[in-house]
Ligand binder design. Structure first.
Ligand code: BEZ
Ligand code: FE2
Length: 406
């Protein structure tokens, strides 16, 4: 048992002061220090310095580690040009990112306070790095392939990767499934993968309505995807439309990444099915996809959480940076309300969406906690300054164990 005594605790709904936290793997009790010492006389006590803040570790629900070698190789500004550049540079990026490169990306997340991440794995090359990561990992094995003739081979490849990840059991490692997108996964593959998700109660995610090209292709078999599919995949019409795609998951709450171009009808379906939208503002900006309308999601009562996407469409894997960009991107939204929602979106809301027991400093929750040096007393705009100032993350605890700091 340990006791930690910060100046302040952001729970994250509430700011507490003059209380300490007793914890093992999970948080046992939050109370004044003298009370905790009486109850846990043998606990190791850590007293933090002035203006220290304890808050839940951050949760980055969507990242692609296998593309972490990208710095300047990929082309930004237009989704289809970016996709072509991914195809052109895929082999050099993948072979250029061995274990050390992915481990460096994982460590950079730890440094900035990320205690849980959702890794979308295209090839299974990131399995060792994720298995050995200090963080909790939701390991999303991705299924992709729009051609019916390739369905069996691709499904077997996906199954083999899923099985290998299931054999990698450790505390805080959760094998899961990702369906790449409505335009790139054949309905047969979707149905087969979904059956496994249901049978084995796995977490599920998919990219959805990321670009104007996707909108036009799924709605009208037109737009910038037309030439892409005709030349590279010999297809002149899409394999599915968005309604058909969403219908598959009517009774299966899942994570839908991007949804920038989702229309009202789709948002209705998403709301009814209790899906969560993963918002990746920097990725959306860099790939020329515009800004997600968060107020529409709030109107429809759709939970949204903020994530970084991979280094293939970002320059950092840092949720404080991501939230800062979101704050400036959604300039029509009330400032303070948005900062509070953003902090919730990378803690409590992300934990709820992923079905985890973390994201809060609360009795019974996993002890995934970070310590931040606020440098001065917190104002009533704490969430805003957390996002703006780039404070140092001094310590990181994951399942009660110190993984950064001393
Ligand atoms: C496919 O594998 O069919 C595919 C991959 C990426 C984009 C579109 C289609
Ligand atoms: Fe992604």
């Amino acid at each position: 048992m340990q006791i930690i005594t910060p100046n302040y605790i952001l729970t994250p709904d509430e700011l507490l002061s003059n209380v300490s936290v007793a914890f093992g793997t999970t948080i046992q009790k939050i109370a004044p220090l003298d009370e905790l010492i009486k109850e846990f006389p043998d606990a190791k006590i850590t007293t933090l310095e002035k203006n220290s803040l304890l808050m839940p570790g951050l949760i980055n629900a969507h990242v692609h580690l296998e593309f972490s070698a990208n710095r300047t190789e990929l082309s930004y500004g237009n989704f289809i040009k970016w996709l072509h550049s991914v195809i052109e540079h895929r082999d050099e990026l993948i072979s250029g990112c061995a274990n050390e490169c992915m481990t460096a990306a994982i460590n950079s997340m730890l440094e900035s306070g990320i205690t849980t991440f959702g890794a979308v794995s295209s090839y299974g090359m990131d399995l060792d790095a994720c298995f050995n990561a200090p963080q909790n990992v939701i390991y999303f094995n991705e299924v992709i392939g729009s051609q019916a003739t390739m369905a069996d081979i691709l499904f077997n490849n996906f199954l083999a990767r899923l099985d290998t990840s299931k054999a990698s059991a450790r505390e805080g490692f959760y094998p899961a499934v990702a369906i790449h997108s409505p335009y790139s996964v054949h309905p047969i593959l979707i149905k087969k993968a979904l059956q496994i998700v249901k049978d084995e109660k796995l977490k599920l995610s998919a990219h959805f309505m990321e670009s104007e090209a996707e909108r036009n292709w799924l709605d009208k078999n037109e737009g910038e995807f037309k030439e892409f599919f005709e030349t590279l995949l010999k297809q002149n019409s899409s394999i599915s439309d968005s309604q058909e795609f969403l219908k598959n998951f009517k009774d299966e709450p899942m994570l839908l990444t991007h949804a920038v171009k989702a229309n009202y009808q789709e948002l209705d379906e998403i709301s009814k099915s209790k899906h969560t939208i993963i918002h990746c503002p920097i990725s959306n900006r860099l790939l020329g996809n515009g800004a997600l309308d968060l107020s529409k999601l709030d109107e429809k009562n759709i939970r949204w959480i903020c994530a970084t996407d991979g280094l293939s469409s970002n320059y950092r894997l840092n949720l404080f940076e991501e939230m800062k960009c979101a704050l400036f991107m959604h300039s029509n939204m009330p400032l303070k309300e948005l900062t509070k929602k953003l902090i919730l979106s990378v803690t409590k809301d992300a934990s709820d969406a992923l079905g985890l027991n973390c994201g809060e400093i609360k009795e019974g929750k996993n002890a995934d906690m970070i310590v931040i040096n606020l440098e001065s007393e917190p104002s009533n705009e704490l969430e805003l300054h957390l996002i703006l100032q780039g404070y140092n993350v001094e310590k990181v605890y994951i399942n009660g164990k110190l993984k950064k700091g001393q």
